[in-house]
Design a protein around this ligand. Sequence first.
Ligand SMILES: NC(=O)c1ccc[n+]([C@@H]2O[C@H](COP(=O)([O-])OP(=O)(O)OC[C@H]3O[C@@H](n4cnc5c(N)ncnc54)[C@H](O)[C@@H]3O)[C@@H](O)[C@H]2O)c1
Ligand SMILES: O[C@H]1[C@H](O)[C@@H](O)[C@H](O)[C@@H](O)[C@H]1O
Length: 339
Amino acid sequence: MTVRVGVIGAGMIGQDHIRRLTGAVTGARVSAVTDIDQARAAEVAARVGAGALPTGADLIASPEVDAVLVTSWGPTHAEHVLNAVTAGKPVFCEKPLATTAEDCLRIVEAERAHGRRLVQVGFMRRFDVGYRQMKEVLTSGSIGAPLIVHCAHRNPTVPESYTSVMAAQDTAVHEIDVLRWLLDDEIVSAQVITPRATGKRFAHLKDPQIMLFETANGVRVDLEVFVNCQYGYDIQCETVGEEGLVRLPDPAAVGVRTAGHHESAVPQDWKGRFADAFDAEFREWIAAVATGSEPTGPSAWDGYAATVITDAAVRSLESGGTVVTVDMKPRPALYGGAA
Ligand SMILES: NC(=O)c1ccc[n+]([C@@H]2O[C@H](COP(=O)([O-])OP(=O)(O)OC[C@H]3O[C@@H](n4cnc5c(N)ncnc54)[C@H](O)[C@@H]3O)[C@@H](O)[C@H]2O)c1
Ligand SMILES: O[C@H]1[C@H](O)[C@@H](O)[C@H](O)[C@@H](O)[C@H]1O
């Protein structure tokens, strides 16, 4: 079966995923595209022989759409995901699932009412080979119980529209999700402190930030978020255990030695750094949709958890660095919990 995917939001990542679904992934085609910028929707749809539809609601209702991909702006995600779940269609939503915990819970409740999982959230790091190898090491027990995790999330630059709270909401949210998965543990508190700010930042922006998380098992995480580091897109993660440590590898890049120097390139953006992870993420999603199985990737519950933890980090930043306890509801049985 070829899965016919309808795409809501034909901007930067929407177009990247359309290219992926029509090139790198087998078993799928893009059958419909919508965007509030209708000229953009028409142009992108024409490129892949899809229909351009006026609204997300039209696209979800279309008999030409088996599954929905939401790549519009974050605050619009909840409406589209809820509509797709109500229509009983599988839906892949780029992060965030929703911008408020209340909206995430509405989606969780709609999915529970449906009785099985339909939603996958676009936390692609769970599909990255390096993170998957780290998880295998941690699960094998070879480094003993994890004690400390050191992370860095660096972007070369961000646009002026990026604000200080986005360091948690837009950027650290990837570590928040991948660490919950990697450690198979829950984050229970967050604290954000702000060192001397880089002179390369915009006046309104607190950059870099240091985020400290604690898990239910007592693991401590320190995360440097530095979104104007200038030199590249650099993702680091090292877990220290009782008997050893495991470190995320840098992406493979040739080393060049000339004139007494050794050089190798640093990726410049998330598109290059996580291209293979995005491909794997969509291959698995399409395979699940094609066979009528539940998705294997991050769930609506994971989307809720990430938003609640992000909210705690934002509250810490806004209160000048206090430790904020994460206020998470009990996990429902549909997502492996007892509630
Ligand atoms: N996983 C990742 O690493 C990653 C990377 C980049 C962006 N994202 C996420 O993807 C989403 C989109 O980001 P982007 O960088 O592509 O933004 P963008 O601004 O380039 O594109 C968003 C598009 O959605 C359209 N749109 C907005 N509201 C809409 C609506 N209600 N219905 C239809 N179309 C609508 C806009 O017109 C625009 O074309 C964001 O939630 C962002 O956080 C994730
Ligand atoms: O939306 C992007 C994207 O999620 C990237 O993966 C992250 O590194 C950026 O900081 C963020 O702005």
